[in-house]
Design a protein around this ligand. Sequence first.
Ligand SMILES: NC(=O)c1ccc[n+]([C@@H]2O[C@H](COP(=O)([O-])OP(=O)(O)OC[C@H]3O[C@@H](n4cnc5c(N)ncnc54)[C@H](O)[C@@H]3O)[C@@H](O)[C@H]2O)c1
Ligand SMILES: [Zn+2]
Ligand SMILES: [Zn+2]
Length: 386
Amino acid sequence: MSVEEVPDPVLKEPSDAIIRITSTGLCGSDLHLYEPLTPFMRQGDIVGHEPMGIVEEVGSGVHGIAPGDRVVVPFQIACGHCFMCSRGLQTQCETTQVREHGTGAALYGYSELYGAVDGAQAEYLRVPYADYGPIKVPAGPPDDRFLFLSDVLPTAWQAVEYAEVPDGGALLVLGLGPIGDMATRIALHRGHRVIGVDLVDARLDRAAAHGVETIDLRLVDDVAEEVRSRTDGRGADAVVDAVGMEAHGSPMAALAQRMTMLMPRRLAAAMMQRGGVDRMAALHTALDAVRRGGTISLSGVYGGQTDPFPMLTMFDKQITLRMGQANVRRWTDAILPLLVDDDPLGVDGFATHHLPLEEAPQAYADFQRKADGMVKVVFQPGVGSA
Ligand SMILES: NC(=O)c1ccc[n+]([C@@H]2O[C@H](COP(=O)([O-])OP(=O)(O)OC[C@H]3O[C@@H](n4cnc5c(N)ncnc54)[C@H](O)[C@@H]3O)[C@@H](O)[C@H]2O)c1
Ligand SMILES: [Zn+2]
Ligand SMILES: [Zn+2]
């Protein structure tokens, strides 16, 4: 990871806009590119997918936003009018789907698997389908009030929606990084009982401080058993897995990952995708800790193609499993009212670190190690360190 001077992006299509970025997040998904998905990265790829800023320039076909507007940009690129977009499945947009790799909608800064689109940890960003993606936000409040509409808020919102927690039910959230933490806030705001699991002090403390019953993975032998002991022996009504394939507790996967690092790129990519180099620890915990007839909602990203599932347990327990990238535009209108007057989800204080772009390489390393109390990093291009 390095910070380089590159040519500014230019309008390529009449439906494009160029945004000058004022804030741009570092996401747990970026860590997948940093490690398990590196076989899909090319030298010079620009990463990042959580931008907000000021519109600089728009193509002749863009009428919904104009230079000077303050906007937040969803992490996925969607057209807004195809079969999928019109059904609220913007991550499956049929206009931007990356058919070459059999993946869904193109994403900013997410390797060749998702269209090799220049990413948003940069000073300027080219935004395709600019009449649909960017969300106009009012001047006044600081960037952090709206920035998380690009990813964290809709992802956590969808996680809770898909979890379908029954009235009076208990939601278990695995992983208290930015996504899990925000999912707990949304679930508490809706009146659910929330139990959260992690293994990092700063993250456990922060969740406990806003009312989550926490479980420290390091202190229990069996998370599912601990959850059952707190839920009349049944398990959680619903589970959000906000860990994904970076899970702690899958040593074989970590080994296989290290092996792919030593292989030629093509081979490594194939092994990563088809060889089941997944880190399934969190998902297995979810399957165990959910009650019979309960729902598991996966926000954490998994990337293997041949991972074995305990079908007997899943069938016998009658588990509902929902998953996927967040369909950002499907949820943003519902979330916006929570970002106006007061701040019930605590977005203003959500980021733990605001850094100049120049410090990105160190920030990636620290975020991966979860060092220095780092939970959410916001880069501020333009607020230089030099
Ligand atoms: N679905 C989407 O649209 C979407 C969007 C953004 C992020 N994500 C994914 O959500 C996941 C979380 O993202 P994040 O930004 O919060 O990242 P993160 O890496 O900061 O958070 C993961 C957390 O899980 C904890 N953890 C690790 N192993 C665990 C285990 N076995 N049990 C319980 N906790 C464990 C870690 O300590 C960490 O706090 C990532 O997989 C990311 O790619 C998905
Ligand atoms: Zn993200
Ligand atoms: Zn579409």
